[in-house]
Design a binder for this molecule. Structure first.
Ligand SMILES: Cc1cc2nc3c(=O)[nH]c(=O)nc-3n(C[C@H](O)[C@H](O)[C@H](O)COP(=O)(O)OP(=O)(O)OC[C@H]3O[C@@H](n4cnc5c(N)ncnc54)[C@H](O)[C@@H]3O)c2cc1C
Length: 574
């Protein structure tokens, strides 16, 4: 089937919907999403969206920018960070005006709470900056934006999985997608395409990420010759529910919750004397890993405790209702009465599709853009998060850069003609599916995925070194070999989840490889990339972004400088 639109958006999370809304007043726009829109992962975001509104205490967007740069371990691009922190304020008021029901202060202003790494007076003490709607902030954002998109006649193709892009002479002219319900391939011919397809935490065993977060967008573009930026930086959030990885928002510590080790000690006082449990996630997760490795886990096991009991039932039930429910349901623990068993959980991809501050996708390390092609949100790397993202900054990122993507795409639609389609634009996608369909080697996608997730957890998670990464590289070669010998258990065309998961596993394998190769090359520790064999940050050699290109004979790494404006790199102390 053939469709024609001025603008196509891949993904109906916060980034995709914000862009769609922005475009909808000036252009036709269709959103393709493999999930029903309101099931996108943005809907699970709990803790809040950071913006220096100053509703509870003095705050300035420049302080927010300082914290973001420092949080990024100085790898974030400061021009993009300034834009994000400045525009965050308007982004929050935009959402309020669209009807988002924020939690309120007694005088009726948007309420704000503390979050990791967010401070006042450039690092002196924690600040209340996270705007929230109880612990359902993402859910509210997603519902609000979806309603606005429906009102503005955005067209939705729900349960369509994008498999490929259409490129012609270096310009993007649309996408190829499969209707999951029928198995049929569709050609979407367009002047401009935005990828807003989310992250890829599903390459790890213990993760806060939903089942669908398999990195489809970054992988599809990577296979089309576009590089991936800073893949070695993958964030582990300190407080996943033990064994399950389900997230307990940092808002729990923002409200006053504390972490305890097996001896009952508030150990973060030793690692970050100033802001303690509200240090950035990379530091807290690494500290937790150390506590466990040195035998101070609870009962010698690999978990620690998050204690909220001193906050009282009222605060817990009112400000953290959903996570309280999760803990009661999944662990049988009542957080009002007992501390919660927690362990770090794979959470957020700092790396992804390289873009400029208008969300235009970059073709290489020189900054050349690919006309018509855009990316925003977790799948993209602009880079505002550098080596470590601060909590609440992803919801800001998706709103600010989703909107900017929409604005720039609107201009592009006005000024550019529709490309002629190349002949048989769906041939590569068809070949990909046919190969999986006809393969008959007996290997099952589920088994390969489970091995990938366990091995990435063991060899390429919070701490890594040359030996573990080299082993992982060898393991990936074996997993990829098994992937060639896959068999589908179900060969029908309607709702073939087996087929979808096999395609997605292929994406995860490619992205894991890019992560491991990028991590192996970076012989320093910075943010979420912690090399046991190179424990220090090395600005002389590594204050630069990695760009990984997929080539016939392996992965080629190139580098580009970090944009530094107001904040010179310093030692990071909290
Ligand atoms: C449990 C949890 C809690 C979080 N809490 C916070 C928080 O409090 N504050 C904060 O700032 N950040 C938080 N984050 C991070 C933040 O929520 C996400 O990074 C952000 O919402 C991602 O938005 P997105 O629009 O980029 O992608 P998503 O919301 O993940 O949406 C991706 C979309 O892409 C579509 N898609 C994917 N692949 C395809 C394909 N092949 N074809 C078609 N469609 C496709 C999906 O259907 C979906 O609609 C949290 C994350 C998690 C997992």
């Amino acid at each position: 089937m053939y469709h024609k639109y001025n603008a196509i958006i891949v993904g109906a999370g916060g980034a995709g919907l914000r862009a769609a809304l922005q475009l909808s007043t000036v252009s036709d726009v269709a959103v393709l999403t493999k999930l029903y829109p309101t099931r996108s992962h943005t809907g699970t975001a709990q803790g809040g969206i950071g913006a220096a509104l100053g509703n509870r205490e003095e705050d300035h967007w420049e302080w927010h920018a300082f914290d973001t740069v420092k949080g990024s371990d100085y790898l974030g691009d400061q021009d993009a960070i300034d834009i994000m922190c400045r525009d965050a304020v308007e982004a929050v008021y935009d959402l309020e005006h669209m009807g988002l029901p924020f939690s309120r202060t007694p005088e009726g202003k948007i309420d704000q709470r503390r979050f990791g790494g967010h401070t006042k007076y450039e690092g002196k003490e924690p600040v209340m900056r996270s705007c929230y709607a109880a612990d359902r902030t993402g859910h509210m954002i997603l519902q609000t934006l979806y309603q606005q998109c429906v009102k503005n006649n955005v067209v939705f193709f729900n349960e369509y999985s994008v498999l490929d892009i259409i490129m012609s002479d270096g310009v993007c002219g649309g996408v190829i997608a499969m209707d999951i319900g029928t198995g049929e391939l569709h050609i979407f011919h367009a002047k401009t395409v935005l990828f807003a397809s989310g992250g890829f935490g599903k390459m790890y065993k213990v993760t806060s990420n939903a089942h669908a977060l398999t990195g489809d967008g970054p992988a599809v573009l990577y296979r089309n010759g576009i590089p991936l930026e800073d893949m070695e930086f993958f964030q582990f959030h300190p407080t996943g529910i033990y064994k399950l990885g389900i997230l307990i928002t940092e808002g729990a510590r923002g409200e006053g919750g504390i972490l305890l080790n097996g001896t009952g000690e508030r150990f973060m006082e030793r690692y970050a004397p100033t802001i303690k449990d509200l240090a950035p996630r990379d530091m807290v997760s690494q500290a937790m890993h150390r506590e466990i490795a040195e035998g101070r886990g609870v009962d010698g096991k690999d978990y620690l405790l998050l204690d909220l009991t001193h906050l009282g039932a009222e605060v817990i039930e009112e400000k953290l209702p959903d996570v309280t429910d999760f803990v009661r349901t999944y662990l049988g623990v009542d957080p009002v009465k007992e501390p919660i068993p927690v362990q770090p959980t794979a959470h957020y991809a700092m790396g992804g599709i390289p873009t400029d501050v208008d969300a235009r996708v970059l073709a290489d390390e020189t900054g050349a853009v690919i006309p018509g092609l855009y990316a925003a949100g977790e799948c993209a790397c602009v880079s505002v998060h550098g080596a470590n993202r601060l909590g609440t900054n992803s919801l800001v990122d998706i709103q600010v850069f989703g909107k900017r993507a929409g604005d720039h795409m609107a201009r592009f639609v006005r000024e550019s003609p529709l490309l002629e389609l190349p002949s048989q634009p769906d041939a590569p996608a068809r070949a990909l599916l046919d190969k999986i369909w006809s393969a008959n080697g007996g290997e099952l996608a589920g088994a390969i995925r489970a091995d990938l997730q366990q091995k990435m957890m063991d060899k390429a998670s919070i701490f890594r070194d040359e030996a573990s990464l080299k082993t992982m590289q060898e393991e990936l070669a074996k997993l990829k070999d098994r992937y060639q010998r896959i068999s589908l258990r179900y060969k029908g065309s309607k709702y073939n989840a087996d087929l979808m998961e096999t395609v997605e596993l292929g994406y995860l394998l490619d992205l894991a490889e890019a992560l491991v190769v990028s991590a192996l090359a970076r012989t320093e520790s910075r943010g979420a990339h912690s090399r046991v064999d190179y424990p220090k940050r090395d600005d002389a050699n590594w204050l630069k972004h990695t760009m990984a290109f997929r080539k016939d004979n392996g992965i080629e790494l190139r580098y580009k400088p970090v944009k530094i404006t107001r904040f010179e790199p310093k030692e990071r102390k909290y």
